[in-house]
Design a protein around this ligand. Structure first.
Ligand SMILES: Nc1ncnc2c1ncn2[C@@H]1O[C@H](COP(=O)(O)OP(=O)(O)OP(=O)(O)O)[C@@H](O)[C@H]1O
Ligand SMILES: Nc1nc2c(c(=O)[nH]1)N[C@H]1C(S)=C(S)[C@@H](COP(=O)(O)O)O[C@H]1N2
Length: 192
């Protein structure tokens, strides 16, 4: 098998209180540790911890996509209905194209965990060669939405969104990503 390419992944934790030191940020560590378990490729992380300010979020997303060359950018936080929750607005403002399925599937998955899943306005978009996905702010929601729902035997009940990420990035012309099946299986349709 050919050597897997190194991929650059941008991680953005968006929280007024974590970014100002009121509490310790758990978003970036949760994102990093899940991805380290799930992805077989060597990964370089580029991380930002920022407040819920639309202009700051937009600048961070642009920098990670355009200057840092991140094939994938995951945000956590600021997707709800509170006045300072502006992550979806910032993400849509930098988008070239919207990928509605990611938000739809995340809300499906999340409904298995909390009835308030429908309060997350999370979106998925493409900017240039980067796929940008919003995850909810609660650190436990990171594994829930990426990995999906499994039964007691470990079989998948509802697919996590990461099952679709490697093929999406491949279709976008990005690097080939492989995952560890014990965490998540990357789905690729069979070639004819
Ligand atoms: N980065 C984080 N680190 C640790 N816990 C977090 C983080 N972000 C959110 N949480 C937890 O998840 C809850 C919901 O997240 P949400 O993004 O709605 O935050 P918030 O209530 O708007 O406040 P803030 O932006 O100051 O984190 C928070 O109240 C907090 O308990
Ligand atoms: N998987 C999952 N999704 C979730 C949650 C959760 O705990 N787990 N919390 C919900 C709640 S309570 C809110 S308010 C919205 C928005 O969260 P955010 O503003 O922290 O992004 O995400 C929802 N989606």
């Amino acid at each position: 098998m050919d050597k897997l390419p190194t991929i650059r992944i941008g991680l953005v934790s968006i929280s007024d209180r974590a970014s100002s030191g009121v509490y310790l940020d758990e978003g970036l560590p949760a994102l990093r540790s899940w991805l380290e378990r799930a992805v077989s490729n060597p990964v370089e992380f580029v991380e930002r911890l920022i407040p819920d300010e639309q202009a700051v979020i937009e600048d961070s997303l642009r920098a990670l996509a355009d200057q840092e060359g991140c094939a994938l950018i995951l945000t956590t936080g600021g997707t709800g209905p509170a006045p300072r929750d502006v992550t979806p607005e910032a993400t849509l403002a930098v988008a070239d194209r919207v990928m509605p399925g990611f938000g739809e599937q995340m809300r499906q998955v999340s409904l298995y965990y909390v009835p308030t899943a429908i309060l997350s306005r999370q979106v998925g978009v493409i900017r240039g060669t980067s796929l940008i996905l919003n995850l909810p702010g609660r650190p436990k929601a990171i594994q829930e939405t990426l990995e999906g729902v499994k039964n007691a035997e470990g079989q998948v009940v509802v697919h996590g969104i990461f099952a679709s990420v490697p093929y999406c990035i491949e279709l976008m012309g990005g690097p080939y990503i492989e995952t560890r099946a014990e965490v998540i299986t990357a789905f690729r349709p069979k070639k004819k």
